[in-house]
Design a protein around this ligand. Structure first.
Ligand code: CDT
Length: 310
């Protein structure tokens, strides 16, 4: 079996509050068809790819909140995406808001194989933001209000000829995310993001720094675990709120090999050689030879930093 995986990062432009699921699905399917036409066998859509980034809005009404969530996948509005992907013979990754039969809410993503089977599901672990209105912020980021912290951990799956893992947006900033997958031999990490172009608590931190931190996080994660990264934005201005673009494919040496140029719907493709992960995994990041776990206890034993006494 070939170890080249032609991947398409399917960046989405803005999805505004009043855009219908039907309109959004049309856009996803157009990207899927474009990617399949260009020979991709895996298409990666961003975090919360079916809706606007609704956690910027404060809501109390349960029905209003639940309207942003999917109760099943495929469901009534998403079935045609699954069917088209199967017809085209492409797998895909999709971020969405998940409402479970038990009534739990998660920020989730799934990995779907070319035959339409859901291979894996991941639920976002590191939820940024806050649960109540924060008047000190220029705009709200209420993920802690609408989602539970994920309960999946960071699994990886043998699929599409390789070992694939997933994380979501803020997870990419945490080295633990990458290392837990690295310790399972991950060869490619798929991730979507909705990252505001400005810091709501520090207006001077504009798009350039935000883009720098995005690249820094993904490039470091890929290099330090010798894996490919496919990082995909929902970008552009959603109802007056700008989100960064910069969707990218990063190689196992930490270099960006393909990157989006705009903030709209856009495909970024690359032939990823999964065997290129071997060199780093067998040399500088041969974990079994070089890691010193006897010194890493604080990583799991302590959450917040406790400086030494004065
Ligand atoms: N969606 C998401 O996780 N966004 C965050 C913004 C952090 S600012 C509260 C991110 O890490 O990009």
């Amino acid at each position: 079996m070939s170890r080249i995986l032609r991947v398409a990062a399917a960046q989405l432009g803005p999805i505004c509050r009043d855009d219908s699921r039907e309109q959004t699905l049309d856009r996803l399917i157009a990207l899927l068809e474009g990617a399949a036409g260009a020979g991709a066998t895996l298409v990666v859509f961003p975090e919360l790819a079916l809706t606007t980034f609704f956690p910027r809005w404060y809501m109390e009404d349960r029905e209003e909140i639940d309207a942003w969530f999917e109760r099943e996948l495929p469901g009534p509005s998403t079935r045609r995406l699954f069917e088209r992907a199967r017809e085209l013979g492409v797998g895909f990754h999709l971020g969405y808001a998940e409402l479970t039969p038990a009534g739990e809410h998660f920020n989730s993503c799934i990995l779907v194989a070319a035959d339409g089977r859901i291979v894996g599901k991941y639920r976002k672990t590191h939820l940024p933001g806050h649960a109540e209105i924060d008047p000190m912020r220029a705009f709200q980021h209420l993920e802690k209000r609408y989602f539970l912290p994920g309960d999946t951990g960071f699994p990886v799956w043998r699929t599409m000829g390789g070992i694939l893992g997933m994380c979501i947006c803020n997870d990419r900033r945490w080295p633990e995310t990458w290392r837990v997958m690295g310790l399972q031999g991950v060869e490619m990490v798929l991730l979507g993001y909705n990252t505001p172009s400005v810091n709501s608590q520090r207006s001077a931190e504009g798009i350039e720094r935000r883009m720098f931190h995005n690249r820094l996080s993904v490039q470091a994660g890929c290099y330090q675990n010798s894996c490919w990264g496919v990082a995909v934005a929902k970008a552009g201005i959603e109802d007056g709120h700008p989100l960064i673009g910069g969707s990218m494919i990063v190689d196992p040496d930490g270099f960006i090999v393909a990157e989006a140029t705009g903030e709209g719907d856009e495909l970024v493709l690359h032939d990823c050689d999964l065997d290129a992960t071997r060199f780093g995994k067998e040399t500088i990041f041969a974990f079994e030879r070089h890691r010193r776990t006897e010194h890493y206890g604080l990583i799991t034993g302590r959450t917040g930093a406790i400086p030494p006494p004065e």
